[in-house]
Write a protein that binds this ligand. Structure first.
Ligand SMILES: NC(=O)c1ccc[n+]([C@@H]2O[C@H](COP(=O)([O-])OP(=O)(O)OC[C@H]3O[C@@H](n4cnc5c(N)ncnc54)[C@H](O)[C@@H]3O)[C@@H](O)[C@H]2O)c1
Length: 350
């Protein structure tokens, strides 16, 4: 019997309380030994979810005084860089919520601190671990839709912002590009295995600042991706990959399996049979989804992978270099929107 990995949770707001704290409490090989939040009410609520954990009013105190070997950082985005840099400087393994930082310059600093620490540096692109996205990536790479030629994706929500006023302004790390586009840019890279070379974007403010954006990404190898992201509309996470031999569809909220549309609009009996087989195979996923925090299995899978990597001292994917690549695309999109022209993406290496 091995002793559980001592973990600290820094920032105990909406996502930590919905996902990280309950998931960590359910993992046998990890134990939350410390929690930190600047807000006393949230700190108390977090301690109730992690019985026996020490409470701290700041990240600095937790890093200086707790026995945590690993930390999960879920403070507001504008605090990510400073908090993660301090955690790496103290020798901790870090699971940093997305986006890595609010600018490429900041992100490079964190990556530098991570490389120096030599510890695990995971980034919260948990949807890579969602079984639908994992299957989509495997199928695209296995040639299920032939040669991929284009992606069309939408990620949208009507966030109430009741909990986080910081989300409503870019200056405080808000806006849909950092919040939602960061995930889809990562999924485009993950599913295709290609890098983004150039970005064109339009950014709009409907309910809150920069809450809606349209992006056109030019990827290596001639692939293009069209992304629509919004914090002001329906709940949707839909990702379609067009290929020379068919189209693949992930509809994360509404489907239980990855859809594959044949090139022909007419379905053959074989196509129908394949669809039925996919539905049957999807049943275990339906159960997992129902039992998951927020009906989203990827938070648990991502946290499990982080704990395993930290315990064994081995690298984990996605890591902070993926976080940096995403921030580089977001920054290029912001410049494109501001200057009204396509912008080349800065090389992602730190
Ligand atoms: N992976 C995902 O799908 C996902 C989902 C939601 C949020 N997130 C990310 O998680 C982060 C937190 O989001 P949230 O929705 O939980 O926000 P939130 O505002 O609900 O929570 C942030 C918490 O941090 C605390 N805090 C603020 N400044 C602090 C500081 N300096 N030190 C310690 N605590 C501090 C606040 O009191 C609050 O409790 C964001 O970066 C967001 O992008 C990721």
């Amino acid at each position: 019997v091995t002793t559980p990995l001592p973990v600290g949770v820094i920032g105990c707001g909406a996502i930590a309380r919905l996902a990280h704290l309950p998931v960590l409490a359910s993992l046998g090989d990890a134990r939350v030994v410390a929690v930190a939040d600047a807000d006393p009410g949230r700190l108390a609520a977090a301690r109730a979810q992690a019985p026996g954990a020490q409470g701290f009013a700041s990240p600095e105190e937790l890093l200086a005084r707790s026995d945590a070997a690993a930390v999960v950082i879920a403070v507001p985005t504008s605090h990510h860089a400073a908090c993660a840099t301090a955690a790496f400087a103290s020798g901790r393994h870090v699971y940093l919520e997305k986006p890595l930082a609010t600018s490429v310059a900041e992100a490079r600093g964190v990556v530098g601190a991570w490389r120096q620490a030599g510890t695990v540096g995971a980034i919260g692109f948990n949807y890579r671990q969602n079984p639908l996205y994992a299957a989509a990536a495997a199928q695209v790479r296995a040639g299920a839709i032939g040669e991929p030629i284009a992606i069309r994706a939408a990620f949208s929500t009507t966030a109430t912002h009741a909990d986080g006023a910081w989300r409503t302004q870019r200056a405080t790390g808000g806006g849909v590009l950092l919040d939602l586009a960061s995930h889809h840019v990562d999924l485009v890279r993950h599913v295709t295995g290609r890098e983004v070379e150039r970005v064109s974007a339009e950014v709009r403010s409907h309910r809150t600042e920069h809450d809606t954006a349209a992006l056109l990404l030019a990827l290596t190898g001639g692939l293009t991706a069209q992304l629509l992201v919004s914090l002001a509309s329906v709940e949707e996470d839909r990702f379609e990959v067009y290929g020379t031999a068919g189209k693949l569809v992930v509809d994360r909220y509404r489907a239980l399996d990855v859809g594959i549309e044949p090139v022909s609009a007419v379905r053959s009996p074989a196509d129908r049979l394949q669809r039925l087989a996919r539905r049957v195979r999807a049943m275990p996923y339906a159960l997992t989804k129902l039992r998951s925090v927020g009906h989203e299995p990827s938070f648990r899978l991502a946290m499990k992978a982080f704990v395993a990597a930290a315990r064994d001292g081995r690298a984990m994917s996605p890591d902070l270099s993926d976080g940096l690549a995403s921030v580089a695309v977001i920054e290029a999109a912001e410049r494109s929107a501001a200057e009204g022209r396509p912008i080349a993406v800065a090389p992602a290496t730190a």
